[in-house]
Design a protein around this ligand. Structure first.
Ligand code: ZN
Ligand code: ZN
Length: 582
């Protein structure tokens, strides 16, 4: 799944879904399981009451009208809530719970500790002004289908009344902001204004409301927009004499990595694994490029610089791509082919009753991601799952050509594996079979991304794409992105890599285009740790598979491995590993 503006505020929503469960949930088998199950229900209900905006974004709408102010008093209340929950949790006997509940236990504990750590140590509420943005929550209310428009507008209007006080409180929290995040906050807050103004007003027009109600709503909207403009003006003028650096530094980085990725190794360990992988991939790409050279370049002498050689072959292969008009159909046609291949090779069970609908990304989702899977949240029972593909309409010829080359014949197949089948979409279908609200809300991003990356390689290993050197070379180039993301994140946040060094690494070491590399630099200055998810999850899943192969020898079965792995839901790979190696 790709990074979108709203994901920053709610990174766990898009990847979560227990809505369309197949009905066969495993009920707790003993008293302890039952007690723990009751506790988790209770915990989530209490969590929503404490964090109403989070509840709305998760699709739980009982607190839509409530906007909690970011005041120090509320921070104290949040902390005592988290501490009390941690105490309650510790009363349950971890080792006597079912496997699925043990994972839930770990996820809750990790999340609570992580939130306390954020409050006490990370303190991003002081230096990241972009965390004060409620546009995504308002959008959720406006575009949701959970209640009639009139009801949603009333909740929207009521909530909107809190915005002026919200930004007054935010101003008091911000100290020495990171300049990059300061600029991002201004940009995103301005970008979110239409949701509170024109989009809201348009919906008011359509709803059956009294003139008085309309007037009050429009007044609330006007005041909210004024407050946001006032806040962005204040932010624009804010000049700290010692602004915080966007670089997290070693200690904070290690700790954030531990909480967010929940990996088997440290961030530093993962960084070294990624370097090793990069070197291996370079070696493979060199061999494949040498093999392909005569086929595409005949007697022209081969460049002596291997990175130049690889880049030339990759560029030449990129000319093989879909037409702009046929792009969506090309993607659509891939889906049945992927399913046929998986069935024929017996790689894992694909539920035929859960087809995937391919469509152009709707305008309201923004044209950020090339492709994404949007799934209903845990509370959105009848919701549909879509495979969204970016519409190319209205693009210049040059932009279109560059895009089509980037997502060429080879890469596009990889993209469909990653996003759809057997990547993200298939993983979602499996996760829905063991519904756990906790796994859906606190799901592990590294496992989810890692699975998608792993399946790309697994499909190629089994011969998808004809096992040709072309397919492998292009896949390695694509795969190098995930590896480079992990290296870059660590280099920048811990080792202090400069922008020029980063661009050189991405362009010459990972064969990225200038624009892509510049975009990646921006992303690494605005986020931390998130970029390691892809490689960390991939690395651990692949290692687990190889370890199981060694352990089970002839009894190892790839299909069984995949199905069992996915049956645990959105859990950190390290816990799945414990359960599978046991
Ligand atoms: Zn993904
Ligand atoms: Zn072309």
């Amino acid at each position: 799944m790709k990074y979108t503006i709203f994901k920053k505020y709610f990174p766990y929503l898009l990847t979560a879904c227990v809505a369309c469960s197949s009905g066969q949930s495993k009920r707790p088998s003993n008293e302890e399981d039952k007690a723990f199950s009751a506790y988790t229900d209770h915990f989530v209900t209490a969590l929503w009451k404490q964090y109403p905006s989070w509840a709305t974004r998760a699709g739980y709408h009982a607190y839509d009208t409530v906007l909690t102010l970011p005041t120090p008093e509320n921070a104290v209340k949040n902390k005592s809530f988290l501490q009390a929950q941690l105490d309650s949790l510790s009363a349950y006997p971890l080792d006597r719970l079912s496997a699925s509940q043990q994972i839930d236990y770990h996820l809750i504990e990790n999340r609570l500790k992580s939130m306390i750590w954020s409050e006490d140590t990370l303190k991003s509420f002081e230096w990241d002004p972009s965390s004060y943005n409620e546009a995504g929550t308002f959008a959720q209310i406006l575009t949701g289908r959970y209640a009639p428009l009139k009801e949603r507008l009333r909740a929207f209007g009521k909530r909107l009344q809190g915005i002026p006080a919200y930004y007054e409180a935010a101003k008091k929290q911000i100290k020495d902001p990171v300049p990059e995040l300061q600029a991002l906050a201004i940009k995103q807050l301005k970008g979110g204004i239409p949701i509170l103004s024109t989009n809201f007003a348009d919906s008011i027009e359509k709803a059956d409301l009294s003139a008085e109600e309309r007037k009050a709503m429009l007044m609330a909207s006007e005041n909210a927009v004024k407050a946001i403009n006032n806040f962005t003006d204040w932010l624009s003028g804010l000049r700290s004499t010692h602004p915080k650096s966007f670089r997290l530094g070693r200690d904070l980085y290690e700790q954030k990595f531990a909480y967010q990725v929940q990996a088997n190794q440290s961030a530093e360990g993962l960084y070294h694994s990624a370097i090793q992988r990069k070197n291996y991939v370079h070696g493979e790409m060199m061999k494949l490029s040498k093999e392909l050279w005569p086929k595409y370049f005949g007697n022209i002498p081969m460049p002596t610089d291997t990175l130049v050689l690889i880049k030339k072959v990759v560029d030449t292969l990129s000319v093989n791509h879909a037409s702009a008009a046929g792009f969506l159909d090309t993607v659509r046609n891939q889906i049945p082919r992927l399913i046929d291949f998986i069935n024929q090779k017996d790689l894992l069970y694909i539920d035929p009753s859960k087809p995937l609908t391919v469509r152009e990304t709707p305008a309201y989702m923004g044209g950020v991601a090339v492709a994404s899977v949007s799934a209903p949240g845990p509370y959105d029972k009848g919701g549909m799952t879509y495979f969204n593909v970016i519409p190319l309409a209205g693009w210049s010829a040059a932009k279109t050509e560059s895009f089509l080359r980037e997502y060429n014949h080879y890469i596009l197949q990889t993209l469909c594996i990653h996003e759809a089948i057997p990547g993200h979409y298939t993983q979602l279908v499996y996760a829905n079979q063991s519904p756990s609200l906790i796994k859906s809300l606190f799901g592990n991003g590294a496992m989810i991304e890692g699975w998608a990356v792993y399946t790309e390689q697994m499909m190629l290993e089994n011969g998808y794409g004809g096992n040709t050197p072309e397919m492998w070379l292009m896949w390695y180039k694509w795969h190098l992105r995930a590896v480079a993301n992990a290296i870059l994140d660590y280099e920048v946040h811990v080792n202090g890599m400069s922008r020029a060094q980063a661009l050189d690494f991405l362009i010459n070491g990972a064969f990225q285009e200038q624009a892509e590399a510049e975009g990646k630099w921006d992303r690494v200055t605005l986020s931390s740790v998130q970029l390691t998810n892809y490689f960390s999850g991939y690395h651990e899943i692949y290692q687990l598979r190889e370890d199981l192969k060694k352990k089970d020898k002839d009894a190892f079965n790839l299909k069984k491995f995949h199905e069992q792995f996915l049956s645990y839901g959105n859990a950190p790979v390290k816990y799945i590993r414990e359960l599978m190696l046991n």
